[in-house]
Every structure is written in C-alpha cells, then in structure tokens.
Design a protein around this ligand. Structure first.
Ligand code: GLN
Length: 312
C-alpha cells in the first residue's frame, strides 16, 4: 500500500458518511420507471491503483446500470472500429451546454450533426457506428469490450431496465428519427435504439467502474498485464470529452470543484480517474437538478480537495 492509499483509506469513510447526508436533497431518476426503485441513500466508492491496491467504502457492491457512463466506451469502440475521421464526420466535438437529452441544438454544429458523442443524440449515432451484422452482434461486441475492460466476465445487461427504458423512450426515439430524417443515421432506427438502450442497461458495481477507469488512467493499458487494450490516442479523445462534456451541463463546475475527467449516468454512477494514478468508481442514486449524483459529486469534491487531485 502506498502512503497516499493509506491516507485515503484513513479518511474515506468519514467523507462518505458526510456526503451521504446530501442524498436527502436529491431525487432518484424515475423517467425510466425501473430506475425509480433505487435506494436514495446508497453511496459507494472504489478507488484502484496501478499496483492492484484498492480502497472501497460504503455500498461498493451495489449494482446499478451504466446508463450514460457506457457512452465513453462505445465512443472508444466506434473509434477503434472506424477511425477518427469517420466518427467525427457524424458527431461533433463541442459541449452543448444543454441537458443530455436535448433536442434544441441538434442542428447547430454542422447541419444535423449532434454536438458531441456524450449527449444522447451523439451516443445514438455512435451506437450505429459499432461494427456488427445486426443489433445483437453489435451489442455482444460492446458487452465483451466492457467485460474486457472491467476484468469481469460476469457483467451483463439488466433486462428489466432495458425494457423499461425502451417502452418509455419517446424523446430518444424522436431524436433518433430526426437523425434518420437528416441522413446522419442510415440504419434501421429501432435496431440502433436497441443497441443504445441495451448498452445503457449493462449492470455494474463501482468496483467494476474503477477497473474500467484505471485502464483510461493508464493510457489504455491494463496495468495488471501491460496489455494495450485501447490505443492511447482514443483514450486521450475520450478523456477530453469527459472533461468538457462528461458531467452534462455541470461539466464546467465539476472541472473547477474536482478537476478530473469524469462521466456520470442517471442511475447515479460516476466514473472518474486521477490520470496516471487511480481509477475511481462512485455510485449514489440521488441526483441533483443537473442529473449528477448529489452525494457522489460532494464526495469527489472532498477527496479532490484533501488530496489535491485537480489536473488544473
Ligand atoms: N439511457 C439513458 C437515456 O438515454 C442515459 C441517460 C443518462 O444516463 N444521462 O436517457
């Protein structure tokens, strides 16, 4: 154990219990009905270093669906499948300043192209760029990529959450049909949406998230084996999007308060990392009005301040 890991271990429970109190001020997402049942007070964190040492606290075995966190890794897989030029002819590179499911600014980057790959419209386009003969093969390729990165062969989709989202996703469906009308999506819309809803519903714990984050923190290599899983350049692109758009339209504030690349999801997960050093997974289902885990963000603020983690 390094000195810093020991120091984190010594204070993490106190910070976590302090942050947990904030959960009472937020709300669990319920626009996907199945997510509404999550326990509001749950809060867990897992921090993993390059030597395989980990610090965990709170509800770190709690299982939740990746939701928008999955978008970071589908972006990377699309880049590995198609290359940069192809991917960025279909999605932009700029923050939108809008909510994740915004319809307002779809047309503003270049005609019809979503602002970036982390808003819903962009992530739906990314789903269509994953190679595979049909939606089943595309999803299976995504799932095995997630398993590879997390080192967890048992990662799987939560069918109830997938069905619950698919049955109620009128806004995402209309975004996708709009993209089809613009010619940005060329595949069958329902097939693309199936891939998107299924990768959002992959179930994970914050320990798994920390493993996935550590690969990004190490420039795409798995520190346990030294194997380069993701080309360095694509990790760099993904981390840049995480800084500029990873926390929706609270990304600027998160950059000031925490100063780390991060991606959140509506089920309350946050994946973040201290580049070169730690992978971090957090979960706390109670969300602030911008859609980020209220206790999770507070916990990361406390730890970042205490250990001077900000990149800036
Ligand atoms: N599947 C969710 C949706 O499309 C993901 C959104 C999120 O986590 N922000 O609404």
């Amino acid at each position: 154990f390094t000195e810093e890991m020991n120091a984190i271990r010594a204070c993490v429970n106190e910070h976590l219990e302090e942050s947990r109190k904030l959960a009472a001020h937020g709300k669990v997402a319920s626009y996907i009905p199945e997510l509404g049942a999550a326990p509001r007070e749950a809060l867990g964190i897992s921090i993993l270093d390059k030597h395989g040492h980990s610090v965990t606290a709170g509800d770190c075995s709690f299982l939740f669906t990746m939701q928008s966190i999955s978008k970071v890794f589908t972006l990377i897989l699309a880049l590995m499948d198609r290359g940069e030029d192809d991917v960025f002819s279909k999605v932009g590179k700029e923050p939108s300043g809008d909510n994740f499911n915004s319809m307002l600014k779809l047309e503003l980057v270049e005609p019809g192209i979503p602002f970036n790959p982390l808003i819903n419209a962009g992530a739906i386009v990314i789903s269509s760029l994953i190679r595979g003969a049909d939606s089943e093969e595309k999803y299976q390729r995504i799932l095995s990529f997630f398993r590879d990165l997390s080192g967890n062969d048992k990662l799987d989709g939560n069918t109830e959450v997938y069905r619950s989202e698919s049955a109620t996703a009128h806004r995402n469906r209309s975004l996708a049909y709009f993209l089809k009308d613009n010619g940005v999506l060329t595949d069958d819309v329902e097939e693309v949406l199936e891939v998107y809803f299924r990768h959002c519903a992959v179930e994970i714990s914050c320990r798994d998230l920390a493993r996935m984050a550590l690969v990004l923190a190490c420039g795409g290599t798995d520190p346990a084996t030294g194997r380069q899983i993701i080309p360095r350049r694509y990790v760099q692109i993904a981390k840049t999007f995480m800084v500029t758009c990873g926390m929706y339209n609270a990304s600027g504030e998160f950059a000031i308060q925490v100063g780390l690349p991060a991606k959140s999801g509506v089920s309350g997960g946050i994946l973040t990392m201290v580049p070169g050093r730690f992978g971090i997974g957090v979960v706390g289902p109670s969300l602030n009005p911008k859609g980020n885990s209220v206790a999770g963000v507070h916990l990361l603020e406390s730890l970042s301040r205490e250990f001077d983690w900000s990149m800036f």
